[in-house]
Design a binder for this molecule. Sequence first.
Ligand code: SF4
Ligand code: SF4
Length: 91
Amino acid sequence: MTYFGNLKPTKGKIHISKDQCKGCGFCVEYCPRDVLELSEEFNVKGYHPPIVKNEDECCYCQLCETICPEFAIFVTIKNEEDQGEKVESRS
Ligand code: SF4
Ligand code: SF4
């Protein structure tokens, strides 16, 4: 398959550190694909962390990771051509 520049299809995984979350809802509100929702459960801090309700819709844009003020959600990216998982996250 021919790709243009770096526009390769990506796969990945969403990771949520639920006890780090403060339940602000930014990730839920600003996800362009409506992938996340706040759960009914409480974390150790008494907040409702997000859960993934529709991972198939995720485009792995990492916006949720970028805007989370608590570093509680991040996305690992795996390019289809890679054998191993290539992790791209802010440090
Ligand atoms: S990576 Fe993008 S599409 Fe996927 S959950 Fe985060 S904000 Fe939504
Ligand atoms: S943006 Fe971060 S702190 Fe806010 S609800 Fe999402 S995971 Fe929790």
